[in-house]
Design a protein around this ligand. Structure first.
Ligand code: NAI
Ligand code: AKG
Length: 429
């Protein structure tokens, strides 16, 4: 059965994992609701002089292990339910990677492609004006997510600094380098996912030259993991963006697709409108077709709920690495498991982004900036260690890798919740 609320579905993963941890009921009780949720209206003066009001949100799901941390999404489908679910996932992601953060997330219901750059800047600054009392370098730290980027993070950091009357770099990560961003943050989500796959290469019997890969979503996360896998010799046979995709069994030329895409052309246009790549024989496919391809590795890297009870039986991949947040519903998980398709979960696979965000926050606070090699080295170290730990839990306890990742995260969150106690302990010792 499909849950209508994304959050109900998300919290099922927690219920499953609770069977494999030994934690007091207080832990589950305190993780059942977000700590705080904010809904705001953002008035924006449009270029034509009219006034438009946009709806925005920020949810602080949990902050037991540290300030809340998570991105801001600009998308027409952003809703309170989606933002709360994304903040919930951030809580477990930060714990799975042992980052000293809780989980948060934000969003604005908007189609950013329909706004001019000036309108986008006014919207982003308006969002920060409206949530300024709710965020801060020790409270809740913003970052990029779908359809937001370093330029927007720069505006947000600047607006917060204007409000505080001091430069506040640590309130936003994923900033441009010129404003205190970190080397490697822009590519960190895809690179982190690549390290997860690389770490499991021998356990999964992956020989790069014989391994085919399909990637749904060719943005910050998807394009980077596709590039890294292609550079390591994997055969990327299909990629897509919001307008659809392309499939070439002999393999696609990822660097030239990236180049064209960065020049603002859709994926299909790269091949179909006579560019450098047009000689490669290919088929135009839909996003739904891409998911059903017979490939070794499927990487959903776009939005949530792409693989559901309706299409899970048609998935032919051997392994799925979730680079997007929440691309598989819990009902689909059960079907995939029955069909022996191994799923590697979002809270591990896409955690490279928030890991380098943590490095950025550390650099901002210390005032000491790291070389690219130091960032990559520390990212790799963390991704490898936590991937191995989660894989081991999964093997030892005979549970899915997703449940193992939740068990791993829950043990850390549980220790913090227990150590902190609740205020009622003082009243009723
Ligand atoms: N940017 C980051 O650091 C992180 C992102 N993620 C997750 O990765 C996923 C992608 O995010 P980003 O790459 O940052 O976003 P992005 O805005 O850079 O790219 C999104 C990509 O998805 C495509 N897309 C949009 N709707 C689609 C649809 N219905 N079907 C297929 N493709 C579609 C877009 O055309 C674009 O290529 C999201 O689930 C996000 O939450 C997770 C961790 C960190
Ligand atoms: O970099 C961050 O703080 C969070 C990125 C994010 O939103 C995510 O991991 O889903």
């Amino acid at each position: 059965m499909t849950n209508n609320r994304l959050f109900d579905d998300a919290s099922q993963r927690l219920q499953l994992a609770l069977k494999y941890v030994d934690l007091p009921d207080d832990v589950l009780t305190s993780l059942s609701y977000p700590k705080a949720s904010l809904s705001i209206s953002i008035p924006v003066r449009m270029d034509d002089g009219s006034l438009q009001i946009f709806q925005g949100y920020r949810v602080r799901y949990d902050n037991t292990r540290g300030p809340a941390k998570g991105g801001v999404r600009y998308h027409p489908n952003v809703s309170p339910d989606e933002v709360q679910s994304l903040a919930f996932w951030m809580t477990f992601k930060c714990a799975a990677l042992n980052l000293p953060f809780g989980g948060g997330k934000g969003g604005i219901t908007v189609d950013p492609k329909a706004l001019s750059k000036m309108e986008l800047e006014r919207l982003s600054r308006g969002y920060v004006d409206a949530i300024a009392d709710f965020i801060g370098p020790d409270i809740d730290i913003l970052a990029p997510d779908v359809y937001t980027n370093p330029m927007i993070m720069g505006w947000m950091m600047d607006q917060y600094s204007i409000i505080q009357r001091q430069v506040c770099r640590g309130v936003v990560t994923g900033k441009p380098l010129a404003l205190g961003g970190s080397q490697g943050r822009n590519s960190a989500t895809g690179t982190g996912a690549f390290y997860v796959i690389e770490t499991l290469q021998s356990q999964l019997d992956l020989v790069p030259s014989e391994t085919t890969v399909a990637v749904q979503g060719f943005g910050n996360a998807g394009a980077v993991v596709a590039s890294q896998l292609a550079a390591a010799g994997y055969r990327i046979v299909a990629v897509s963006d919001s307008r659809g995709g392309i499939y070439a069994p002999q393999g696609l030329d990822i660097p030239s697709i990236r180049q064209q895409k960065e020049a603002s052309r859709g994926i299909q246009a790269v091949y179909c409108e006579g560019t450098v790549c047009s000689l490669v024989e290919h088929q135009v496919i839909t996003n739904e077709d891409l998911l059903k391809l017979e490939v070794d590795i499927l990487i959903p890297a776009a939005l949530e709920r792409q693989i559901t009870a309706e299409n899970a039986d048609q998935i032919e991949a051997r392994y799925i690495f979730e680079v997007a947040n929440g691309p598989i519903t819990s009902a689909a998980d059960a079907i995939l498991e029955q069909n022996n398709i191994l799923v590697f979960p979002d809270i591990l696979v896409n955690a490279g982004g928030v890991t380098v965000s943590y490095f950025e926050w550390v650099q901002n606070r210390s005032g000491l900036y790291w070389e690219e090699a130091q960032v990559q080295g520390q990212l790799q170290e963390k991704m490898v260690a936590e991937t191995q730990a989660i894989w081991q839990i999964s093997q030892q306890q005979g549970i899915s890798v997703r449940t193992a990742a939740y068990v791993h995260a829950l043990n850390r969150i549980g220790a913090a919740v227990t150590a902190k106690g609740t205020r009622t302990d003082y009243l009723n010792p």
